[in-house]
Ligand binder design. Structure first.
Ligand code: NAD
Ligand code: ZN
Length: 244
């Protein structure tokens, strides 16, 4: 069956997919803004507070390890897999994601086609020298002294490689995301409430540049009125129908 969504995708020359937490809920990772989402349980830790206090850093890492215990088993779902197929077919040129869960990469999309606007929580980075540290190392050291260890290279502060509220956006990723957005003729936003800026600016840039805009989301969003098509349904089944 040719749905309006399938028709738009078939007719498009180059598609960019933009994802939020909603694409990963079917993998068992809760989003922020659905009822019962993470937002309602834990207030986010702002970057400035993380930098200012060792106590806050301990709390941030404690939360992180608790989350990993709950979500380490998460695997890509039908939605991630469908997007991976579209990338493989050359239809989708890049996936711009707000997610930090690494599931797009795990679905088989080459890392250079996944643009992570908010970083990645599956490893840690030194805020001073930028060197990468694996979580097992941080966790083992944390277990011994109940505090995160310093960077092994320079003694600096270690944080998951994510972008917190109050932290500056990654320049290179922002530029690549903008270039991809300007290069597409169909932009599909999936599973995002489209309220977190600057990330939520990309659908607007696409639309202003003459691209088509599709929004796939369980609930209405504030951008529905500028979209060419809104699908208020589950991301997994909706995307899977594109690649039978
Ligand atoms: P959000 O929580 O603000 O919005 C998620 C949206 O997805 C909601 O509007 C919800 O109705 C919809 N949704 C949930 N499950 C769905 C499904 N199965 N099918 C279709 N729609 C579904 O998320 P956001 O816009 O990504 O912004 C939240 C911020 O939190 C982002 O910056 C993101 O980085 C971060 N975050 C990431 C993860 C993750 O990596 N998996 C999880 C939680 C939060
Ligand atoms: Zn360092």
């Amino acid at each position: 069956m040719t749905t309006p969504l399938k028709q738009l995708v078939d007719e498009a020359r180059q598609v960019v997919v933009f994802t939020g937490a909603g694409i990963s809920t079917e993998s068992g990772i809760p989003d922020f803004r659905s009822p019962g989402g993470l937002w309602t349980q834990n207030k986010p830790i702002y970057f400035q507070d993380f930098m200012a206090s060792e106590e806050t850093r301990i709390e941030a890492w404690r939360r992180k390890f608790n989350m990993d215990d709950a979500f380490a088993k998460a695997r890509p779902n039908a939605g991630h897999m469908a997007i991976a197929r579209l990338v493989q077919q050359g239809k989708v040129s890049a996936v711009i994601t707000q997610n930090i869960d690494n599931l797009h990469q795990e679905s088989g999309i080459p890392a250079d086609k996944v643009i992570e606007l908010h970083g990645n929580t599956t490893y840690a980075k030194c805020l001073d020298c930028g060197s990468r540290h694996e979580l097992e190392f941080v966790r083992a050291a944390f277990g011994e002294v109940n505090a995160p260890p310093p960077c092994r290279a320079c003694g600096g502060i270690l944080k998951t490689a994510t972008i917190s509220f109050g932290q500056s956006m990654p320049q290179g990723e922002m530029m690549r995301a903008e270039a991809e957005t300007l290069g597409c003729d169909l932009f599909i936003a999936v599973g995002s409430s489209l309220v977190v800026y600057p990330a939520a600016g990309f659908p607007i840039i696409a639309k202003q540049n003459g691209s088509g805009l599709v929004i796939i989301n369980r609930e209405p969003t504030e951008m529905d009125e500028i979209a060419d098509l809104v699908v208020n349904d589950e991301a997994g089944a909706t995307l899977a129908a594109l690649v039978p």
